[in-house]
Design a protein around this ligand. Structure first.
Ligand SMILES: Nc1ccn([C@@H]2O[C@H](COP(=O)(O)OP(=O)(O)OP(=O)(O)O)[C@@H](O)[C@H]2O)c(=O)n1
Length: 400
């Protein structure tokens, strides 16, 4: 096994808990990702100690979910979620949080977890506690519920979406009995808040094996409980590449199916204002691109630079023949005469001064937009005198 360096600061946290008389292990996604050779991100720690005891042991503790037994410990500028061993999950939209029962045995804590690949604990010497043979499941690339799949899914139906998400992220197969339970219980997804389902759906489309994820959504029947997607033949119309974020997912489907709208996605999936803004920009830019069949100046000017990778991914998801447009967008942006409106050499105040006989009105912003468009697209130079001359020659609409 490769080296445990990545866990070193986390092992120090565990050591402190042990020195205070408690027990602690690294659990969940970090162990899974480490054992499957993937980069380790957030490290979660399970402990025999209560949040109050953890608060006494460490200086910097943020009480994020005391009633669930969870606090954040800051150590060497890294955050660790430290959670007391417990036997029931408190899922806000399905089970009542006060059903959480704290226990003193790591094995009981592992027993309440969703899949065997996620039910492995690692001690600070790197030793594994693996009562469900999760390490073997990782080697066999298999997603298998801990114990009875039906029970696990009834405890929290979101786990069904998580199974598909792990298939997409890890390229693992779902074990037969677990998949059968998915087929049988997919309807339970209706009990889960759409916000939680949205988080998993987003991860399914982002995964390297998103195509397997989309196929599983269809074959298991989970798709039938997903707003909007349930009315589409998503298994026949699979994106040509992964999509990162809801704005890309929506732009993809809205471009494919004229009968659906971005607004409906926003409403039914309860997505954020930020997603709405990004989706609108992306769709507008893509429409322009399709019309002109090239990355033109106005498109690049209007599209936020942070959306260039999204634009590029969207175009290859819709058309595998499409080149990677990210570089073309960046190059085109560098060539623009101005990057933003405030760089115009001729501002609204100049316009008002020049045409002081006209009453103020919407014509000002209409004119400024016209000037901006002309400068960006290279029809006139961004020079005060040149623009002034051009305005003089041009018949203001307000005078017509
Ligand atoms: N519905 C859920 C959610 C989580 N877990 C358990 O809690 C751990 C942490 O959950 P979470 O942070 O949501 O996911 P990870 O598995 O850590 O994956 P990632 O961080 O990559 O999303 C999981 O590994 C699993 O053991 C569970 O049993 N049932």
């Amino acid at each position: 096994m490769s080296n445990l360096e990545v866990f070193k600061p986390a092992f120090e946290v565990i050591q402190k808990i042990e020195e205070a008389g408690g027990e602690a292990y690294i659990v969940g996604g970090a162990v899974r990702d480490y054992l499957s050779g993937r980069p380790v991100n957030d490290i979660d720690i399970a402990t025999s100690e209560t949040p109050e005891q953890i608060q006494e042991i460490f200086e910097k503790v943020i009480p994020v979910g005391i009633e669930h037994g969870t606090v954040i410990v800051r150590h060497r500028s890294i955050s660790y979620e430290v959670t007391t061993y417990r036997v029931e999950e408190g899922y806000e939209d399905y089970r009542h949080p006060d059903e959480v029962t704290f226990v003193r045995d790591i094995n009981l804590d592992l027993a309440r977890r969703d899949f065997t690949i996620n039910a492995i604990a690692m001690s600070r010497s790197g030793k594994l506690i693996d009562p469900y043979n999760g390490h073997d499941a990782i080697r066999n690339q298999s997603i298998e519920a801990v114990g009875m799949p039906e029970e696990r899914f009834e405890e929290d139906p979101l786990r069904m979406m998580r199974a598909v998400r792990f298939a997409s992220q890890l390229s693992f197969q779902i074990e037969k009995k677990t998949e059968e339970a998915l087929n049988q219980l997919s309807h339970l997804l209706e009990h889960i808040s759409v916000e939680r389902v949205a988080v998993e759906t987003e991860k399914i489309f982002r995964g390297p094996d998103y195509a397997l994820g989309v196929e599983l959504l269809h074959t298991t029947g989970l798709k039938n409980h997903l707003p909007i997607l349930k009315d589409l033949d998503i298994h026949k119309n699979v994106p040509e590449s992964s999509l990162y974020g809801w704005h890309e997912i929506i732009a993809y489907y809205v471009s494919q199916y004229p009968q659906i709208s971005a607004e409906d996605f926003m409403k039914l999936w309860k997505l954020s204002k930020d997603t709405k803004k990004k989706t609108e920009q992306l769709l507008l830019a893509y429409k322009r691109y399709k019309k002109d069949k090239k990355v033109n100046a106005w498109l690049v000017y209007q599209l936020d630079e942070e959306l260039f990778p999204s634009f590029s991914r969207l175009s290859s998801a819709l058309d595998s023949e499409e080149e990677d447009l990210n570089e073309a967008l960046t190059r085109r942006k560098q060539q623009l005469p101005i990057q933003e409106k405030k760089e115009l050499s001729f501002q609204a105040s100049d316009l008002l001064q020049l045409l002081s006989d006209l009453p103020k009105g919407p014509w000002i912003s209409e004119w400024m937009s016209k000037i901006e468009h002309h400068v960006v697209t290279g029809k006139i130079e961004n020079d005060y005198e040149i623009i002034k001359e051009w305005v003089r020659e041009w018949n203001p609409p307000a005078r017509n």
